[in-house]
Design a binder for this molecule. Structure first.
Ligand SMILES: Cc1cc2nc3c(=O)[nH]c(=O)nc-3n(C[C@H](O)[C@H](O)[C@H](O)COP(=O)(O)OP(=O)(O)OC[C@H]3O[C@@H](n4cnc5c(N)ncnc54)[C@H](O)[C@@H]3O)c2cc1C
Length: 443
């Protein structure tokens, strides 16, 4: 048995971790013990990538099967990391259509969470660019699923958090790009209203995201920096620069767990103030920046999750439907700012429709906040959940480690349909994770 956790380092659970070397061995691992789930690169924050009894590590399956540059379609094994895909195909002029805030996720994990990027409001999530998947079900079948074939299994697997089976391979469509550079425009917004207005005005931008200073209060509540982005053309890349910049390995790495008191209202306020002022200075014009800091700002610090100390941290990511978003987000931010221990990293984005049955996105605004795991934080987040549910919103399973069943069920009205498909693919219930035990499985 091995101690396993997600990126938030909570919960930490004993699990039997297997690293199969062949697809047959994956099948045997699923069949041999009830209670297993696939794991990609462990970037989900909570308990999604941990098997109820057995965890099947998939990152060893990282080969490209075929690639058609005329269509951009690539067939690959599901354990391949987006970082490897970008490093290999970026210089040839192709990138994934959708990337999350870290490139160190596997293709299987990106499909299972139907991850969203900064372009969800106009281009949808990762699942939209999946042509088909090869799935090993809990019943022991290996099936190809697409919009035309085994469509129920396909749409349940996109955003299905690994609970429909193990994705062995996938065919996804890549985006042709001229360069690996992004034309970025920074806008500073003095409060939440201005931030939401700027995101609305940026609807036509391919990429948009707001970083919120959640330590700000009063008239500055919700003050933000908004980053809009477009792919830069070859003529925009400065003379002498490579058309495709190199994605560096994390230069800095957190060598130790910081004592949890390092993060307090004073250090957070000071950091946020500095970040806001530095960003505000760049506001106005547009700049061409490498795709790596634009899409993956945190990847430059290896193991940054250790900043929160040994006990770990929680990310709370909700989405609130458009019509109630202003009021509810204002209320959440006011409560968070009053507590004073909210994260360095509050992110606000606009989302559109999700493609999978259990996909997280719905048209509205998503807010992601990090909190050290200490004090009364669990009770505080339960209160925030009540605001989210009352507004018709929901929480993102890939970030969750603690929401209640009632919150989950209220937020995902298509759950019954998902459960029926899951049952038909796995009548004996072989595929189970710590997350499914907490939120899905009959008790
Ligand atoms: C710094 C950071 C920033 C992030 N930013 C974003 C963001 O902007 N947008 C966003 O949507 N997400 C974001 N995430 C979350 C992350 O993209 C998802 O949790 C993603 O699922 C992680 O992929 P993984 O390969 O690490 O999978 P894991 O964390 O190992 O597993 C995640 C889920 O995928 C399932 N899974 C993994 N591989 C397979 C497979 N082969 N077959 C079936 N199921 C599988 C697991 O069972 C589990 O349910 C971020 C995470 C971090 C740490």
């Amino acid at each position: 048995m091995t101690l396993v956790s997600g990126w938030g380092r909570f919960p930490v659970v004993d699990s039997d971790v297997l690293r199969p070397r062949s697809f047959d061995a994956v099948g045997e691992a699923v069949a041999a013990a009830s209670g297993s789930v696939a794991r990609g690169n462990g970037r989900a924050y909570g308990d999604a990538g941990i098997g109820a009894r057995r965890t099947i590590a998939m990152t060893g399956f990282d080969r490209v099967r075929s690639f058609d540059p005329a269509t951009g379609y690539i067939r690959l094994e599901a354990g391949m990391l987006l970082s490897d895909l970008i490093d290999t195909f970026g210089p040839r002029g192709f990138l994934p259509f959708v990337v999350p805030g870290t490139r160190f996720v596997s293709v299987g994990g990106a499909i299972a969470a139907d991850v969203h990027g900064k372009n969800h409001h106009c281009e949808g999530g990762f699942g939209r660019y999946v042509g088909s998947i090869l799935l090993r079900t809990g019943q022991g079948e290996t099936i190809e699923a697409s919009r035309a074939e085994n469509a129920d299994a396909f749409f349940a697997t996109i955003g299905g958090m690994g609970l429909t089976g193990v994705i062995l391979e996938a065919t996804i469509r890549l985006r042709p790009v001229e360069t690996g550079w992004i034309r970025e425009r920074v806008i500073s917004a003095v409060d939440l209203d201005a931030a939401m207005r700027a995101l609305d005005a940026g609807d036509s931008a391919t990429y948009s995201v707001a970083w919120i200073d959640c330590a700000a209060a009063g008239g500055n509540l919700g003050r933000s920096l908004i980053y809009l982005g477009e792919h830069a053309g070859a003529d925009e890349v400065a003379g002498g620069a490579e058309r495709f910049p190199v994605g560096k390995d994390p230069g800095l790495a957190m060598p130790i767990d910081l004592p949890s008191m390092t993060l307090n209202r004073y250090s957070i306020r000071a950091f946020n103030e500095l970040y806001y002022r530095m960003g505000a200075r760049r506001a106005g014009g547009s700049h061409v920046v490498s795709l790596f800091p634009y899409f993956f700002p945190l990847d430059s610090i290896g193991g940054w999750n250790r900043i929160y100390g040994k006990r770990g941290f929680l990310q709370h990511q909700c989405v609130i439907p458009e019509q109630s978003a202003r009021d509810v987000l204002g209320e959440i931010l006011a409560r968070v700012s009053k507590r004073g221990d909210a994260s360095f990293l509050a992110v606000l984005k606009k989302l559109g429709y999700g493609d999978g049955i259990l996909s997280f996105p719905l048209p509205g605004y998503t807010l992601a906040l990090d909190f050290p795991l200490r004090g009364d934080i669990l009770n505080f987040l339960d209160e925030i959940d009540r605001l989210v549910v009352a507004a018709g919103g929901r929480l993102y399973l890939a970030k969750d480690a603690r929401q209640s069943r009632a919150t989950f069920e209220a937020g995902y009205p298509a759950l019954q349909r998902f459960n029926a498909i899951r049952k038909s693919l796995d009548p004996a219930g072989n595929i189970r994770s710590k997350l499914s035990q907490r939120l899905f499985d009959e008790v």
